[in-house]
Design a protein around this ligand. Structure first.
Ligand code: NDP
Length: 328
């Protein structure tokens, strides 16, 4: 089977030669273990941080080890009474076609009404991230204006749809006319500003005539500054990500004075630190995906060898929706 390891740490932009494809023999499993064939790998922005040897909320990815990451797949051999051959499972096996688990962090999945891949997106970590930031930090009231950046992505798309259900005016920010059209027409946002069109401030002002009450920030930099300039008094900001700085770009906040003048509250959060709320959030998201109420979109790269390029693309906005790698 094949896997991808971290070969070297990136200097600035991630490059294909930071990764190495390896071929290994399928391992034997011991008592208590399960052997899994992955069907989908999840590619997520946080992986860029793990490639670095810097102080952060999580330990760095080790060199020459399988790249970390969420996976969904099928049990192909089991010496663990909790799992049978054929079970569909969610795990953290990383960028590999086959993996061994002791079952502790493995979760069995019901794919009757929810497609397997959705457990890596809207009904998984990204969906939960959206749910957490919106319901626990932003707490918007009906009629308020909510802005979300990287709006067409795995997290942003869920934020906006849930905020619409709460009765908010929802404005997305995304890169390109195609992504913006999707956000408004398919996901039902009230408006979407294309930050690549060259008039971010003017377009965001036009889309938020009553100002902004709550922001779900995924990008940072100029995009975040544009939202700050429109904040209403006592606005709330869930700081989820700053993807425009993940390759080492300096991120500054020009409109920082707004925190004072508008008496804003900003809270950063890491979704994996709130495991106590996952069952509740995933239950709600799962029910909505099963009924078709919560829509999602995927960018699917084919084959394990395509993972590095797909990941590099994710950090440049080439993905359109949740970025996955389909195996087999
Ligand atoms: P997405 O599916 O949204 O994909 C990333 C998107 O970010 C791209 O499609 C692109 O959208 C945008 N982007 C990429 N590079 C840049 C750039 N240089 N400048 C501006 N925009 C860029 O990813 P996710 O939904 O998985 O993640 C969204 C954010 O949420 C990330 O910042 C991520 O780190 C964060 N996150 C945080 C978690 C937490 O616990 N705090 C957990 C999970 C995610 P576009 O083309 O519209 O610019």
């Amino acid at each position: 089977y094949q896997r991808i390891v971290l070969a070297s740490r990136p200097q600035g932009q991630v490059a294909a030669d930071n990764f190495r494809l390896e071929t290994l023999a399928i391992p034997e499993i011991s008592e208590g273990e399960v052997l899994i064939r992955n069907h989908f790998l999840s590619l997520d922005p946080y992986m860029r941080g793990r490639m670095e040897d810097a102080k952060s909320y999580a330990a760095p990815q080790a060199i020459d080890e399988t790249m970390i990451g969420g996976t969904v797949g099928e049990v192909i051999a089991s010496k663990n009474p909790r799992f049978a051959v054929g079970d569909k499972v969610l795990g953290m096996l990383g960028w590999t076609e086959v993996g061994v688990s002791d079952g502790v962090l493995m979760r069995k999945l019901d794919t009757t009404h929810i497609p397997l891949s959705a457990y890596l997106g809207a009904v998984g970590m990204p969906g939960l991230t959206a749910w957490y930031g919106l319901t626990q930090i932003m707490q918007p009231k009906s009629g308020e204006t909510v802005v979300v950046s990287a709006a067409s992505g795995a997290v942003g798309s869920v934020v906006g749809q849930l905020a619409k259900q709460m009765g908010c005016r929802v404005v997305g920010i995304a890169g390109g006319a195609e992504k913006c059209a999707y956000v408004v027409k398919e996901l039902g946002f009230d408006a979407c500003v294309d930050y690549k069109a060259g008039q971010l401030h003017a377009d965001l002002t036009a889309a938020t005539p009553d100002g902004i009450d709550a922001v779900f920030e995924n990008v940072g930099g100029e995009i975040f500054d544009a939202s700050l300039a429109r904040m209403n008094p006592f606005g709330r900001i869930a700081l989820c990500g700053m993807i425009s700085g993940y390759n080492g770009e300096q991120i500054s906040i020009k409109n920082a004075r707004t925190f004072l003048t508008m008496r804003l509250t900003l809270r950063g959060f890491i979704v994996s630190e709130h495991m106590d709320l996952w069952p509740q959030g995933l239950q709600e998201l799962g029910a909505q995906v099963a009924s078709g109420k919560l829509k999602f979109r995927e960018s699917v790269a084919e084959g394990i060898a395509s993972a590095p390029d797909a990941f590099i693309g994710l950090l440049k906005g080439k993905n359109f929706g949740k970025q996955l790698v389909k195996l087999i």
